[in-house]
Design a binder for this molecule. Sequence first.
Ligand SMILES: NC(=O)c1ccc[n+]([C@@H]2O[C@H](COP(=O)([O-])OP(=O)(O)OC[C@H]3O[C@@H](n4cnc5c(N)ncnc54)[C@H](O)[C@@H]3O)[C@@H](O)[C@H]2O)c1
Length: 270
Amino acid sequence: MGWLEGQVALVTGGTGGIGKAIVRRYVAEGARVGVMARDSEQLSVLRMELGDAIVTIQGDVASYQDNQRAVATVLEAFGRLDTFVGNAAVFDYFTRLDRIAPEDFESAFQRLFATNVQGYLLGARSCIDALRESRGSMIFTLSNSAFYAGGGGILYVTAKHALVGMIRQLAYELAPDIRVNGVAPGATNTPMKSLEGLNQRSVPLNQIPGFEEGAAQSVPLQRIAEPEDHTGHYVLLASRENSGLTTANIIHSDGGWEIRSAGARSPRKP
Ligand SMILES: NC(=O)c1ccc[n+]([C@@H]2O[C@H](COP(=O)([O-])OP(=O)(O)OC[C@H]3O[C@@H](n4cnc5c(N)ncnc54)[C@H](O)[C@@H]3O)[C@@H](O)[C@H]2O)c1
């Protein structure tokens, strides 16, 4: 028996690095999953892999109508919703405030926040009734950039910090019916894309030369995360049996960023 037998989840950004790993793990734990993402081709490939265990929704998380359609599709296919995972986001390729042309700022801010913050809130808003009915939970993908500087540029880090407050306030507003928690991954081997047009040098995250080595060297556990490293936390937080009294909590999954100056950086033994 899996930990999520009989449960139903909706995962946004479910075709990306971390989202796809969550979807696969949820299915392996016995859940049926609605997968929302922008790219219909990638959604079709995932549907071929996972079959009737998933339904796919092509849409933009920044749109309330698309979020509503995603929830309606899941309810129609599976009859209930137990867990909403807000996960879709874009990066800013470490772009500093003084490198954003003032005339581009308003548009860049609105586009990044529309996906990374508004997208989470609209997803949450669309799920409230269904999650109240199931006494389910929400789980949001944050980042070490929700707590520390330097893991992104000004827009990404500001947006991720805002989500800490969002989780606390949502947990406050939705108790006792719905638990609200987060997972904060550190650097992870995915092709996360940056906001279009913000930085001409931008490439997908795991194509930055030296990204993997740099990420490994900056944390005590000395390796970059693979998307699968985080998925157990999403299972735990979705499981009423195993985390039924946990809300307003954020699990760090980042190789020990908090204690990164601790201990000797001796090379790993073979
Ligand atoms: N990769 C990392 O190092 C890292 C570290 C910490 C946190 N995160 C967070 O993990 C989450 C997933 O990122 P990832 O690394 O898997 O990136 P990814 O680019 O591989 O996946 C992102 C997914 O979100 C989707 N998406 C983006 N904008 C969307 C929109 N407007 N509407 C619908 N779908 C949209 C993409 O299609 C894709 O499926 C994000 O919240 C990111 O901030 C990533």
